[in-house]
Design a binder for this molecule. Structure first.
Ligand code: ATP
Ligand code: PAF
Ligand code: BAL
Length: 330
């Protein structure tokens, strides 16, 4: 099978770079037409091991072209945030994509996605969009969902991969896909960490040497919370706060225990502990799953486990190899 006439050039096995949305739409439509699946990994570039893990998971899907978008989206940055300073390293990112065998990179300029006059219609993330990160960064999730919806409409991927490091983002993207009847299957990928536990993030590059040494305390505090899970929600928060209290250089913005959908935490079962904090001029976020009560003692309902996504993961609950998304009923 061949591509329709006038499809932009696409060379199998090489990195094909496109700037214009229409090119990506045409190429991905042609790829779907010849029976290949498309997996999208949306990023803001400055690629690190966390992004690599998302890409590696996507690459494990059979018969799938992995598309990585690199776009620092102005719509999700508030006034006074780091849009201008955000690390950009496009040439190095292309090297990473080549090394990982990515076949499609989408690298639009702002005007390619938003036109000369910008967008008038944007998405409303609903009540959760004003909590946690949304309370600290008003407008952030509306801007994030708007660009993710555009990327999904442009590439029409069968799958899109997002990191659990930005857990609220992952929950909101899944909710958008459900609420707007989009067809992409959203896959969450566990957080990749440095040896001392610090979650990898492009913004770690802002940390001074001294702040970098303190930054691991965020994940240590989350770990202390997890250890207290058998004693319930209050004990989890107390344990995490106790660890953080020994580090006055860390200014906590929020530390909250929620349900896995970011509603109220259950008394017994899996919850999520989320933190945002400032260290000098750097703002960091992190989160972890926390089994509570009997679930923490290993007496939980096995069904909880089966509910997790594990497409292209470590095999647990994974899609059968060699099947296509439509065969799997996605
Ligand atoms: N440590 C990580 N582990 C797993 N996924 C990650 C990690 N860091 C980022 N990601 C995921 O990579 C995707 C692109 O994220 P992005 O390009 O914003 O990088 P980032 O490191 O999160 O940058 P920053 O936090 O500074 O905005 C998102 O889905 C994000 O959740
Ligand atoms: C999903 C995303 C690429 C949208 O701009 C961004 O929020 C990110 O990198 O997490
Ligand atoms: N990685 C989340 C995107 C942002 O902070 O804007």
């Amino acid at each position: 099978m061949t591509f329709p006439k006038n499809t932009p050039k696409f060379t199998r096995g090489e990195l094909n770079v496109y700037r214009r949305p229409a090119e990506v739409s045409q190429v991905t439509a042609a790829l779907r037409g010849v029976g290949r699946n498309v997996a999208l990994v949306p990023t803001m570039g400055a690629l690190h091991e966390g992004h690599r893990e998302l890409i590696r998971r996507a690459k494990r899907l059979p018969n799938t072209v992995v598309a990585v978008s690199i776009f620092v989206n102005p719509l999700q940055f508030g006034e006074g945030e780091d849009f201008e300073a955000y690390p950009r390293s496009l040439e190095q990112d292309f090297e990473t994509l080549r090394e990982l065998g990515v076949e499609l990179a989408f690298v639009p300029e702002v005007e390619d996605l938003y036109g000369e006059s910008g967008v008038a219609v944007t998405l409303d993330p609903g009540p959760l969009g004003a909590e946690l990160e949304g309370e600290m960064r008003p407008g952030h999730f509306g801007g994030m969902l708007t660009v993710v919806a555009k990327l999904l409409n442009i590439a029409r991927p069968h799958y899109a991969f997002f990191g659990e490091k930005d857990y609220q983002q992952l929950v909101l993207v899944k909710r958008m896909v459900a609420d707007l009847n989009l067809e992409t299957r959203i896959v969450g990928v566990p957080t990749v960490r440095e040896d001392d536990g610090l979650a990898l993030s492009s913004r770690n590059a802002y940390l001074s040497e001294e702040d970098r040494r303190s930054a691991a305390v965020l994940s240590t505090a989350l770990g202390m919370g997890v250890n207290a899970g058998t004693d319930g929600a209050e004990a989890v928060l107390e344990a995490a706060h106790r660890e953080l209290a020994a580090h006055p250089e860390i200014e906590i913005e929020y530390l909250e225990l929620r349900g896995t959908d970011l509603g109220p935490a259950p008394v017994d079962g899996e919850a999520r502990l989320l933190i945002a904090a400032r260290l000098g001029r750097t703002r960091l976020i992190d989160n972890t799953p926390v089994p509570l009560g009997a679930a923490a003692a290993g007496l939980g309902d096995d069904q909880d486990e089966a509910d997790h996504d594990d497409v292209a993961g470590d095999g647990r609950n994974a899609a059968p190899a060699g099947t296509t998304p439509s065969q799997q009923g996605y």
